[in-house]
Ligand binder design. Sequence first.
Ligand SMILES: *Cc1c(COP(=O)(O)O)cnc(C)c1O
Length: 325
Amino acid sequence: MSAAAPCFDDVRSAALRLQGIAHRTPVLTSTYLNQEVGAEIFFKCENLQRMGAFKFRGAYNALAQLDDAQKQAGVVTFSSGNHGQAVAMSARLLGMPATVVMPSDAPTMKIAATRGYGADVVLYDRYKDDREAITADIAQRSGALFLHPYDHADVIAGQGTAALELFDEVGPLDALLTPLGGGGLLAGSALAAHGVAPACQVFGVEPLAGNDGQQSLREGRIVTIAAPKTIADGAQTKSVGRLNFPILQKHVSEVLTATDGQLVDAMRVFASRMKLVVEPTGCLALAAVRAHRERFAGRRIGIVISGGNVDVEQMCALLAGPAVT
Ligand SMILES: *Cc1c(COP(=O)(O)O)cnc(C)c1O
């Protein structure tokens, strides 16, 4: 494993490593949405990936490269969301111990799922404790590897394999859109696009309330914001990663934004028209395409649906609200 920037070859190697282990998720289309947007849209359904999100790809790609001694020492991370579950599941597949540091008020379902994948869950008080200090302490005492959720070359390369599969299946695209949190998915996807379809424009999509990535690309430096309030909990990051940012600068055309209301509307369309359960963060790219129809009309577009881990109760409550667009 290296701290050096990942390149397209790393995405290809990750794809080989994940073959037969990650699902090759389906690519779906919707006549309704094609007509609505006036474009040809291909949806890469990572909501149907193992553990319910693309994060399995990056975590497994990173952990699979450890040597036996490192595997024995295990892995530790902090995450109340999909990365924690991805690390837990990957570690179990590789026979490694895993510890996930989670806030004590995280949904019991998520804590149970992470434990269910065999990880040790260490709870902390999000108002009093310093999760990074707790995680660093565990890493130091156990010799376990700390695996960052996005600022890591092998994680970025792994996340890029979803886009690689999409291009492999549908051929060249005019535009590719993915959600943007810390930039693991977007950087990996941009490397894949640059490698196999260099004419394809790549877009990231952030919650409007947390557009640090958009600001960063405009200002040419990593902008850090306060933790944004949004239902897109997978994109509540305060800044993009250090390894990620130069890749975004090089290969990403623009970062677009979507409001929470637009995310709920996209979630409703996914459920009613495509029979898909998509978590709010996974709705970002479709929400942006629907909000910017004029830019995407007449083009072939790829959209990465990044995840489907939403509580049924939360989804029902969101969909019961009024339609926005
Ligand atoms: C983590 C996550 C994202 C954001 O990914 P980054 O690599 O942090 O940009 C988007 N969608 C879902 C479902 C996620 O779990």
